[in-house]
Design a binder for this molecule. Sequence first.
Ligand SMILES: *[C@@H]1O[C@H](CO)[C@@H](O)[C@H](O)[C@H]1NC(C)=O
Ligand SMILES: *[C@@H]1O[C@H](CO)[C@@H](O)[C@H](O)[C@H]1NC(C)=O
Ligand SMILES: *[C@@H]1O[C@H](CO)[C@@H](O)[C@H](O)[C@H]1NC(C)=O
Ligand SMILES: *[C@@H]1O[C@H](CO)[C@@H](O)[C@H](O)[C@H]1NC(C)=O
Length: 525
Amino acid sequence: MARESRETLVLDKGRLKRTLDGDCELAGLQLHAVLSGVYLLSVLAQSYLLGMALRFLSWKCHLVLCFVFHFLSCLCKGQDSSLSPMKNKEKEIIYSVIQGFVGKGWNGSYLYPDPCGWTPIQGVSCEQYDDGFWYVTTVNFGPFFDNSLLCSHDAQLPPQLFYLKHLKVLSLSSCFRSPTKNPVKLPLSNWDNFSHSLESLTLRSNPGLVGTIPSTIGNLRKLQSLVILENGLIGELPLSISNLVRLRQLVLAGNYLVGEVPANYGRLSELLIFDASRNSLSGVLPPTLGFLDSLLKLDLSSNMLEGELPRQLGRLKNLTLLDISYNKLRGGLPMTLQEFVSLKHLILSNNPIGGDLLGIRWENFQNTETLDLSNIGLEGSVPESMAKMKRLRFLDLSNNNLSGNVCTSLENLTSLRALHVNGNNLSGRLDFSETFYMKMGMRFAAWNNANLCYIAKPKHQIPYGVKPCVQNITISEGLSAIKITEGNYEDSFVVASFGGSCFYGLWWVFTVNGVLNVFLWNMLF
Ligand SMILES: *[C@@H]1O[C@H](CO)[C@@H](O)[C@H](O)[C@H]1NC(C)=O
Ligand SMILES: *[C@@H]1O[C@H](CO)[C@@H](O)[C@H](O)[C@H]1NC(C)=O
Ligand SMILES: *[C@@H]1O[C@H](CO)[C@@H](O)[C@H](O)[C@H]1NC(C)=O
Ligand SMILES: *[C@@H]1O[C@H](CO)[C@@H](O)[C@H](O)[C@H]1NC(C)=O
């Protein structure tokens, strides 16, 4: 950013000439451009791949430029030797802001005499405004790059921060680390200073950031992204956030927030992402969430939300992710689900929702890739229509009370990579092809279904934790009466321990009372 802007600066020199009053500032400006050249050339010169000629050339240039440098510094003698057209006040503010986070030992004026120019600070960037001066527009603290600015253990929110009147982006990650040793609160006042500039505010992974989210944050009317993720914040979601009508991203996840999702958040009509997961939000979801027309992602998982999913959510035609897992929702699977035509990921697991799978036309879910309905108290059977969700990659129906058969047509879902039906009351025989078992491996989970067995094929990969289907063929009195019944695992195990032998899955056991038990695992049926 800063480098690009530097080019603009050079191109804009003519215009600047008119706006700047002092010659010295202009000289500084030219010097700034010249020094960029020196820097570039010295980099070139250090490259051993370039010939001596170039080195000589750059050395010559260097000499010339050094001369220019001395000439210009003479011009500016006696005045502040500012190197880029940046107001001293702005410079001092950014130095003291950084000291507030990094510690007093950080010597900005020494290391970074020209923070918006030829000595840029990692994580800080600037823009030139119409008055010709450069202002800090981005401040980023966090462990993203090797030379990123990192907060010290006793970092504070320096009040000078709010004097950066052109700040557009503020991001503080892993900054306030201890809620006991160094608790830091967000100030109530001051946010107004940013009301005409701040577009993105990110406070991430700051366990030491405690207290509430101040309602004055609702004055940041230009805000497009508000990310308050994984901090130690308490209290309710501020109603005033509904004033931030330009918001496209609202992430409040991983704090200790309580109370209801405010109904007036329905005003945030440009919102694309709303994530308030991993808090302690309670109450019923407001129907007004259905007004968030543009919403792509709604994640309210791991809270204590109650009641039913509001019918109005069906208006969210562009929604691709709906995650409301780990809450206390009830009332069965709402019919409105099938109106989410764009939905790719539907995750409702771990709610006492109840009901069954039969009321929904699953063939409508043509874009769905992830469907997680585990542990939501489902009863009844698994409808055949679930095998028509063409793009499905992950289907989890585990830990419900589903009964009946597992339809073999699920094998037709060519994209399917995981199928979990374990922990139900499913019964009958699994009759998937060997290819299916091979493809799925352990991602086919069917254990903990007492009455489920699989029809064995020779040499195939067996579904983990499912018993083979065993059949008693009772042949008595000279093969005159043949009785076939389904057996269970325990029986076959006991009988096998009498000394049966295995010929490619065919078990022959003669029992004491003269009755022949033939255990067939396979292709005889
Ligand atoms: C910063 O560096 C300058 C130049 O070396 C020095 O004069 C000044 O005392 C230093 N300031 C701090 C706070 O170390
Ligand atoms: C939904 O997405 C489509 C295509 O991306 C877009 O044209 C439309 O404006 C979106 N609808 C809303 C309400 O944002
Ligand atoms: C499991 O399903 C069978 C019918 O297949 C039913 O008789 C039984 O009560 C069910 N068990 C439970 C725990 O729901
Ligand atoms: C299969 O035969 C064995 C031996 O006669 C018997 O103990 C078992 O109950 C039978 N199983 C079924 C399901 O009929």
